[in-house]
Design a protein around this ligand. Structure first.
Ligand code: 5GP
Length: 121
């Protein structure tokens, strides 16, 4: 899948759409989800143009990969959720029900989150 530069996270990264930022460094931007599914629901996105986890890990540089995953962990630490726990999740593609085609990790926390995925419909 080709990267779409008009996706909403690309616009947020370019500053064309506002976000409630919680963290930023050279490799990643983190901000609150507009429609939170838990008391803490933060999105962490890499600065580079990658559609998904498999695109990123196939095509990003070692520095981008290290920088991004360090940022995901740092965001969790800075949110103060590492003690009680949290969930980091990345949806991919149609079956993963990915809505925004720019790689992102959701960080959910602040309550018991339930087990894994919903049962098949
Ligand atoms: P996905 O389904 O792609 O894994 O998740 C996309 C997430 O992006 C959803 O949780 C949705 O609420 C969030 N989202 C969509 N548009 C915006 C936006 O303009 N700003 C923010 N902060 N979050 C957004």
């Amino acid at each position: 899948m080709a990267y779409d530069r008009n996706n909403v996270f690309a616009k947020i990264l370019r500053g064309e759409i506002p976000c409630k930022k919680v963290f930023e460094d050279d490799w990643a931007l983190a901000f609150h989800d507009i429609n939170p599914q838990a008391p803490v629901h933060v999105l962490v996105v890499p600065k580079g143009e990658y559609v998904s986890l498999d695109d990123f890990t196939a095509n990003a540089s070692e520095a981008e990969i290290a920088g991004f995953f360090r940022a995901v962990g740092q965001v969790a630490r800075e949110l103060g959720v590492t003690g009680p726990g949290y969930r980091a999740l990345s949806n991919v593609g149609h079956d993963g029900q990915q809505e925004v085609p720019h790689l992102h990790f959701h960080i959910f926390a602040g309550r018991r989150l339930g087990r894994m995925v919903a049962r098949a419909e």
